[in-house]
Design a protein around this ligand. Structure first.
Ligand SMILES: NC(=O)c1ccc[n+]([C@@H]2O[C@H](COP(=O)([O-])OP(=O)(O)OC[C@H]3O[C@@H](n4cnc5c(N)ncnc54)[C@H](O)[C@@H]3O)[C@@H](O)[C@H]2O)c1
Length: 608
């Protein structure tokens, strides 16, 4: 996890959480252990509870407690009262209540506002890691019930792409295959929900050769799925067809009794949504004649009493975390990197001092630069560099007046403007001085018609006919150079241009015709009106700067090596390229951690 490792060095110096108590409710996995250690290195006192009773990796919980002295309240397979009691203990660990919280699904924040409400006064803010949690928080905020600011760490573009689509997509398929050892190729797989995570699952299933059906309630997402080549059906129609079902909606009862009643023998049901409510497990149990637990690890077989059996994976809980290992470390590296940066920003923004302004209670977006910074750092760890905007591109991007540029002929080189920020600025200033766009009928080359009309030809039918607007000519039009080779005309025009004293701001420019140097011989000249000249001025700057540079370099203008001294180097990199799986990365396959129990009484682990 190179991003978190890099942040450890940074936070060790900056100490963004100095003196703060952080209560976290997260899946207790090796990746989470890295985040917890990072917070501690950054100065925090951390207490940790599990965000899912089945996803806890007991050896990780033990290692955090024994080796790092973290207060961990988690045990795999704990019952529901024990699960919520663990959260309460994590919240109460500091005595006065946490200063900051990190949640995954909203159970910790919910507990804070209900059973642990006396601790609320000390809380400055928090982060939420998953879609379901953000939805719950928004509902709380809408009711005015949320008492502090929470950053929706889940909602960054980078996290949804990397964690939702890539991480969930891969690990859900991994969980299904580990649990069932089924061949996906040729099978029909239903994916309910085509959000960031559902799309990942659907795409990965298709990659394994499955025929994928998507069910949705959102027409835009359904259209998206359809245009990406997935078959879109209501669940009622998909239920009798498919062999594998995956729910990933964040909703409830997506697969109910009416669907189970028509399923094929051997149908596999898996859920990847945060809570175990997407498959109606109670309805399944009531409908079935008999249930056989653990026919394989994390597989329960429900005998429907008519010769059909339906297989439920992971008791309807997050299949990728229960039957596999959740997201790969690379994914959680980025997700937790964003979360740690956001929490550090929150700690600063809510600091009770005149300098650190107060953030209002409610759900807040992750600041955009944090998302971009995390992506940049991860790219750097991958040894991947990207382009940066040249001054010309910045100029172009910032101006709404510049559209397409006139044809430049052979010798106008685009890198010219990009190498000379001052000239670029001047060009932009000129462009900003004028306005307008292309006017139909003005200054078009003779062979290009202006309008296309539908007309009736003699004898009936319809055909298209081109009409030309009458072309206006100026005295300058008539006097312009014709029938000369490109380069000669270009030089002549360029020389003339340099002699013109009044080529200042376009606003003061008289007339509306002007020759473009270097225009192709076969097409005559391009005659420009005021708005076109504004665009053309930018081009002229490019030509002039490019030629000047060419002369400076002994006439060579190869368009290369044009980077100005002020431009940053292309490579990004603060964190050395290093990939390692951390100290907990060597676990065996097939969910080998589950079933192993650390000894009770290790430090603060599972004290209840
Ligand atoms: N297992 C994991 O590791 C993991 C990772 C990320 C998110 N999640 C969870 O997965 C769920 C989805 O997350 P997301 O980020 O993709 O959310 P999302 O909001 O982007 O997508 C959910 C999609 O489900 C659709 N949907 C809602 N109800 C539906 C229904 N009854 N039938 C069919 N489609 C329905 C919505 O229209 C939406 O397009 C959430 O519960 C989230 O917390 C799990």
């Amino acid at each position: 996890m190179p991003l978190l490792t890099g942040l450890m060095h940074r936070f060790a110096g900056e100490q963004p959480f100095q003196g703060l108590a952080v209560a976290a409710c997260l899946h207790v996995t090796a990746e989470t252990a890295m985040l917890v250690r990072l917070l501690r290195v950054g100065g925090a006192t951390v207490s940790l509870a599990a965000s899912n009773p089945l996803s806890t990796q007991d050896d990780i919980a033990a290692a955090l407690a024994v080796r790092y002295g973290i207060a961990v309240f988690a045990r795999a397979g704990v019952d529901r009262p024990g699960y919520y009691r663990h959260i309460e203990l994590a919240l109460a660990e500091s005595g006065k209540g946490p200063d900051l919280v990190i949640d995954d699904g909203g159970d910790l924040v919910n507990t804070l506002h209900t059973r642990a409400a006396p601790l609320l006064a000390n809380v400055r803010g928090g982060c939420e890691s998953t879609t379901t949690g953000v939805i719950r928080l928004r509902r709380m905020a809408a009711e005015g019930a949320l008492a502090f600011p929470v950053i929706a760490a889940n909602d960054t573009a980078t996290k949804r792409m990397v964690e939702g689509t890539c991480g969930t997509g891969q690990s859900v398929i991994d969980g299904i295959m580990r649990a069932t050892n089924t061949l996906l190729a040729g099978k029909t797989v239903v994916v309910a929900g085509f959000g960031a995570s559902g799309r990942g699952v659907a795409e990965r299933a298709r990659g394994f050769g499955a025929q994928v059906i998507v069910t949705e309630i959102d027409p835009v997402r359904a259209l998206d799925a359809s245009l990406r080549g997935f078959r879109v059906l209501p669940m009622a129609e998909a239920a009798p067809i498919a062999e594998v079902f995956v729910t990933v909606t964040g909703s409830v009862d997506v697969i109910g009794e009416e669907h189970i009643a028509v399923m094929r023998d051997g149908a596999i049901l898996a859920n990847a949504g945060h809570f175990d409510v997407e498959i109606d497990v109670r309805a399944l149990a009531a409908f079935a004649a008999a249930a056989h637990r653990d026919v394989r690890p994390h597989v329960d077989a429900y005998d429907l009493g008519d010769g059909r059996t339906v297989l439920l994976l992971a008791e309807g809980r997050v299949v990728n975390l229960v039957a596999a290992e959740g997201h790969p470390p690379e994914v959680m590296d980025l997700a937790f990197g964003i979360e740690a940066l956001a929490l550090a920003w929150l700690a600063l923004s809510t600091r009770p001092s005149p300098a650190g302004g107060k953030l209002a209670a409610g759900v807040h977006e992750v600041p955009e630069d944090i998302d971009a910074e995390a992506a940049r750092l991860v790219l750097a760890t991958m040894g991947t560099s990207i382009d940066t905007l040249s001054p010309a591109q910045l100029t172009y991007r910032e101006s709404w007046r510049i559209g397409s540029l006139p044809c430049t002929g052979g010798h106008a080189r685009l890198p010219g403007l990009s190498t000379h920020p001052k000239r670029g600025d001047a060009a932009l200033a000129r462009v900003r001085g004028g306005g307008g766009g292309w006017r139909p009928g003005q200054h078009q080359p003779p062979e290009q018609p202006d309008r296309v009309h539908e007309v009736s030809p003699p004898g009936g039918g319809r055909q298209r006919e081109h009409h030309r607007e009458p072309q206006r000519q100026t005295p300058r039009d008539r006097g312009c150079v014709q029938g000369r080779p490109d380069d000669e005309r270009g030089r002549e025009a360029e020389a003339g241009r340099e002699q013109q004293p009044d080529r200042g701001p376009v606003a003061g420019h008289p007339g509306h015709g002007q020759q473009v140097p270097g225009q192709r011989a076969g097409r005559g000249r391009l005659m420009l009106g005021q708005p076109e000249r504004e665009q053309h001025d930018v081009l002229q700057e490019r030509v002039r700067v490019g030629q000047g540079r060419g002369r400076e370099r002994g006439g060579q203008d190869d368009g290369h090596d044009e980077r100005g001294p002020e431009e940053p180097p292309g490579r990004l990199g603060r964190i050395p390229r290093r990939q390692h799986r951390g100290e907990y990365g060597d676990r065996g396959p097939c969910g080998g951690l589950h079933g192993t129990r650390h000894a009770e009484g290790h430090g603060r682990v599972a004290q209840v």
